[in-house]
Design a protein. Sequence first.
Length: 276
Amino acid sequence: MLHIGCHLSSSAGFAAMGRTALSIGADTFQFFTRNPRGSKAKAIDPEDAQALMALLKEHHFAPLIAHAPYTLNPCSAAAETRQFALETMADDLRRMEYLPGQYYNFHPGSHVGQGMEAGIGLIADTLNAILTPEVTTTVLLETMSGKGSEVGGRFEELREILDRVELTDKMGVCLDTCHVSDAGYDIINDPDGVLTEFDRVIGLRRLKAIHLNDSKNPPGSHKDRHEVIGAGHLGLEALSRITRHPALRHLPFCLETPNELPGYQAEIALLRKHWN
Ligand code: FE
Ligand code: FE
Ligand code: ZN
């Protein structure tokens, strides 16, 4: 069974997302924990959260991915920007306990001229400040395209963050196919080589989810512009090789392609068809 879904709008609530996912053939999905620009989150309705948890169980969903606002920067040079990221992420983790046992994915950040080492240290400090033994959520570092001063374009950078987090069992990695290709890893022609490298540097047991996206740009472009499946530089064949890969096929795959629901529904059906 291929576990696949897409990014959904959370505006109608938790259970509504679950029903939308079912209606398009998904058995996982991703949502922003709050406005992607990072404003105040609306209050959680515990009954709505429970209704979603019941739906996930009944329909055997794979873990969901809650995505932090992409404007957060836990390794900013400005202390107040770092503090805002820390408080927002801590609040998100508290709220995620209404949906226990899911994933919380975030972009590690940009070191903005402080240097990679300093950036890695600040990201780990943030994680050490917000993780507690009681947290049931697994926090995922997303592999990035390495644009600008982004941390996480190289597997080594993610490994260094993981090494510095005390509650390391609470941590994992989400691999974004558009980002790793843009970062210069050849997942089009050599997926085995890339996964061998991931395993050597980070360890495949850390890999918890895949963002399945095509890319508008060629490998190594450091751009991060997603394309619909099959219309970009990766192509349907390379992407369905990823979903079928023996080391990956059990993971949840989440589309973040430029689509509305009918487009996502068609992509999910297409990838399911190519999975057998
Ligand atoms: Fe992301
Ligand atoms: Fe992504
Ligand atoms: Zn992206």
